[in-house]
Design a protein around this ligand. Structure first.
Ligand code: SF4
Length: 236
């Protein structure tokens, strides 16, 4: 039987920002959402990217195994990895055979049978909760917040450790009310053992320019370090 293939945008051999420890990061091609803050608009198109089989990727990842240490491993990010859940499940199966830890970086917008199977072999979920308001989700992401909460409910029921992440975007979610809601989510779900606030960055403007697309948040300033520190203090 021919091995399933996945569409990959790019690979980062040794990443330190996407999950615990040092990680081999695979960015999947294709995303159904349209976040105004998206810094990877070049991952949106489902037909672009390169095709790989799970074995081809794991063969690459094992070369870096010595750098992973106790905490590191593989992270699949995107784009939206849940759109290729069957492929990522096969990839994670092979990772486990090689004793490589698996991490899934997702918006959590989809929950179907293939996603549930994928979660069976996922060691940690990095859940990007974009906002804590359904209105902001509908206006600036393109899905209901309820879908993300349904995903989180399921992950929690399976006791998979979750790192909650949110990009802080001035004027939209850089306020106390949002942080209080984020804290509530974290307190209500025992699976969440870490919450990370990330600063909105505009370095991606060049990608939008190159693609001839408008960067929806071009006029929003980047948050100051002081602002992020203040919000982090509220989270404690
Ligand atoms: S989910 Fe990620 S890749 Fe998709 S639009 Fe949002 S930020 Fe971009």
């Amino acid at each position: 039987m021919t091995e399933i293939t996945g569409r990959i945008h790019s690979i980062q051999s040794l990443g330190a920002l996407d999950g615990p420890g040092i990680r081999f990061v695979i960015f999947m091609q294709g995303c159904p959402l349209r976040c105004g803050c998206c810094h990877n608009p070049d991952t949106w198109d489902f037909n672009a990217g390169m095709e790989y089989t799970p074995s081809e990727l794991v063969n690459k990842a094992v070369r870096y195994k010595e750098y992973f240490g106790k905490e590191g491993g593989i992270t699949v990010s995107g784009g939206e990895p849940l759109m290729q859940a069957e492929f990522v499940k096969k990839l994670f199966d092979l990772c486990h055979k090689e004793n490589i830890n698996t991490c899934l970086d997702t918006s959590g917008c989809i929950l179907n049978d293939n996603v549930k199977k994928l979660l069976e072999v996922t060691d940690r979920v990095l859940l990007d909760v974009k906002y804590t308001s359904d209105e902001l989700y509908r206006n600036h992401v393109g899905c209901k917040m309820e879908s993300v909460i349904d995903f989180l409910d399921y992950v929690n029921s399976k006791q998979i450790p979750v790192t909650l992440r949110q990009v802080i975007i001035p004027t939209l979610n850089d306020n106390e009310e949002n942080i209080v809601k984020l804290k509530d989510i974290s307190n209500n779900y025992p699976c969440i053992d870490k919450t990370e606030l990330l600063a909105f960055r505009k370095i991606c403007q060049v990608k939008y320019d190159k693609m001839g697309k408008e960067f929806p948040f071009a006029d929003i300033p980047e948050p100051t370090q002081k602002k992020i520190e203040g919000l982090n203090n509220l989270l404690k």
